[in-house]
Design a protein around this ligand. Structure first.
Ligand code: PEP
Ligand code: MG
Length: 581
């Protein structure tokens, strides 16, 4: 028995027989092309691109019959790679200039593109490498006249799939009735394998580093998607333990289904708004399907990624209008651009900083580039008549920043008025509270806003001086640290004193372990990844405010984050014994 630890990508537990899935290696030869065959070589390339497009469209069609639209966008991303001007032109020019065969030139161009993506700081973009590899393999296969390799569609018995990585089209084509779990060497929580595993509700662990070299076909594996663990050839005792946990989990998720339609109220009737965080407009149907009552955080920086130019005012307007209309009658909180830190914009040559999280990030960047900021503000304002749009600013640290941001909104309003373009004059404006300084002066900031949204991902990072993306200091990243709890309490109390509602949109809001203490502290709204909404709602529906307050009182008297965490774990287990924490 061997235990490997990776990153939990999709919840659930499964015991199954392993099949090790190796992506084929395509050996590409290199040979010269005579002048009179160059046009033929280019035509071969065009044919291969067309065949590959056709293949992808076919897979897309198959998937759209099995899954909702949300999941076909992975294949849309593939189609975009196929249309990539750089990839096509560089290959064609390479054939003409160097007079070499198309497979060889295409492979070189592809490798260069992959290298560029791998060097990007942005994790999301880095993970797009698997899209490019996948599509590149398909084009090469078509060029070389090879049939599609062994696919997950051919699997005949129930298995758990072990692979270095799983390409999106592999996962998309797999037989859902046969593939019961995934375990991969590489990948992170936003990798496509993770996205697909969640969509199929298949337990998955990614980032296991070398699982493909220690597992053989036929080995028995336990995939523990809750804890990011894989156990190879478990003994009888471990199997029994996991079977019990699995049954508990299944009972728990079945119970959650009924919760979706029910209101988000405590046992003594206090209503807590449960909203969702989204990055892309296409995510709205998932929010609605999970019973989300609004979008508490629309991270608009994703709008600027994966492109060579900046989004126009019209694009901003159309995207926000679409989301606002779809989520109506619930509200949509649009966060203005939060570039910097771990998010970089593709179309901008952004100067390297030694400490990007402490540098020209978010609202600071927007003040440096009011031209870019204004375009977004005008887009938001124009969309504001099509639903309940609110806007908020990221990474505010001083009152002056908040006032300056509001002044720029006023300027944008005046411009629109002059141009006789409609907008909601009373649009609600809030600020994120994600720096300790903002949390400490929240009484002052409260006088200037309609709402607060606590961004714990950054608030914890800045309060505890722990880089949120550095795995070496992960144990110091403690949402329950007494210092963090005091900051959160300060914000909620100051907000309520000034009649300002206080929400939370950091990851802490979507972890059931913290729901009780957040309720006890008096939070008004929690915004989270849409799939966790039912679980959080279940916690809310299982407790009274008085009980939550008592737990919170006890927690606030403790001295360490660990002690608070243990207390919350114990209390949560008591009110929801079936929860796995
Ligand atoms: C946060 O900091 O908690 C937050 C929600 O913003 P982001 O994760 O986008 O920085
Ligand atoms: Mg943040």
């Amino acid at each position: 028995m061997e235990k490997l630890s990776g990153i939990s990508a999709s919840d659930g537990i499964i015991l199954g027989k392993a099949i090790v899935f190796h992506a084929e290696k395509l050996a590409v030869s290199k040979y010269s092309i005579p002048n009179n065959k160059i046009a033929f070589e280019i035509a071969r390339f065009e044919r291969a691109l067309a065949d590959t497009t056709e293949e992808i469209l076919k897979i897309r069609e198959e998937i759209s019959q099995r899954l909702d639209e949300e999941h076909t966008h992975i294949l849309d991303a593939h189609l975009l790679v196929l249309e990539d001007v750089l990839l096509i032109e560089e290959t064609m020019q390479g054939i003409e200039k160097r007079k070499l065969n198309v497979e060889y030139i295409f492979m070189e161009v592809l490798e260069k593109l992959i290298k560029n993506f791998q060097e990007m700081e942005d994790d999301y973009l880095k993970e797009r490498v698997s899209d490019i590899r996948d599509i590149g393999r398909r084009v090469l296969r078509n060029l070389m006249g090879k049939k599609t390799s062994k696919s997950l569609r051919d699997i005949q018995e129930e298995v758990v799939v072990v692979s270095h990585d799983l390409s999106p089209s592999d996962t998309a084509q797999m037989r859902r009735d046969k593939v019961k779990g995934f375990a991969t060497d590489i990948g992170g929580q936003t990798s496509h394998t993770a996205i697909m595993a969640k969509a199929f509700q298949i337990p998955a662990v990614v980032g296991l580093k070398h699982i493909t070299s220690v597992v053989n076909d036929g080995d028995m594996l336990i995939i523990d998607g809750h804890h990011g663990l894989v156990i190879i050839n478990p003994d009888k005792r471990t199997i029994r333990q996991y079977e019990t946990t699995k049954q508990q989990f299944e009972k728990f998720t079945t119970g959650l289904r009924g919760v979706k339609e029910l209101p988000s109220v405590t046992m003594d009737g206090k209503k807590i708004e449960l909203a969702a965080n989204i990055e892309l407009p296409e995510e709205v149907p998932i929010v609605i399907a999970n019973g989300g009552q609004g979008i508490g955080l629309y991270r608009t920086e994703f709008f600027y990624l994966n492109r060579k130019d900046l989004p126009s005012e019209e694009e901003h307007f159309q995207a926000y209008k679409k989301v606002a209309e779809e989520i109506n009658p619930f509200s949509l909180v649009i966060r203005t651009l939060d570039i910097g830190g771990d998010k970089f914009l593709s179309p901008l040559a952004y100067p390297q900083e030694i400490n990007p999280f402490l540098g020209c990030r978010a609202i600071r960047f927007c003040f440096e580039r009011p031209d870019i900021f204004k375009v977004q503000l005008r887009g938001i304002l124009r969309a504001s008549i099509f639903g309940k749009i609110k806007m908020m600013f990221p990474m505010v640290t001083t009152l002056e920043e908040l006032l300056h941001a509001k002044a720029l909104v006023e300027e944008a309003k005046k411009e629109l008025q002059k141009e006789r373009i409609a907008f909601n004059k009373d649009i609600k404006i809030g600020t994120m509270i994600e720096t300790p300084s903002a949390a400490m002066i929240s009484d002052i900031l409260a006088k200037e806003v309609d709402f607060f949204s606590i961004g714990t991902n950054d608030l914890i990072q800045y309060a505890l001086a722990v880089d949120r993306v550095n795995e070496k200091v992960v144990s110091l990243y403690q949402p329950t640290h007494p210092g963090v709890l005091k900051l959160i309490k300060n914000v909620i109390d100051a907000g309520h004193q000034a009649n300002v509602w206080v929400g939370m949109c950091g990851e802490m809001a979507g972890d059931p372990l913290y729901t009780i203490i957040l309720l006890g502290l008096g939070i008004d709204e929690l915004s989270m990844s849409p799939v966790v909404i039912p679980e959080i709602k279940k916690v809310i529906r299982s407790i009274t405010v008085a009980e939550a307050k008592a737990v919170t009182q006890e927690a606030l008297g403790l001295s360490t984050g660990r002690e608070v965490e243990m207390l919350l774990r114990k209390k949560l287990k008591k009110i929801m014994p079936e929860v796995l924490v």
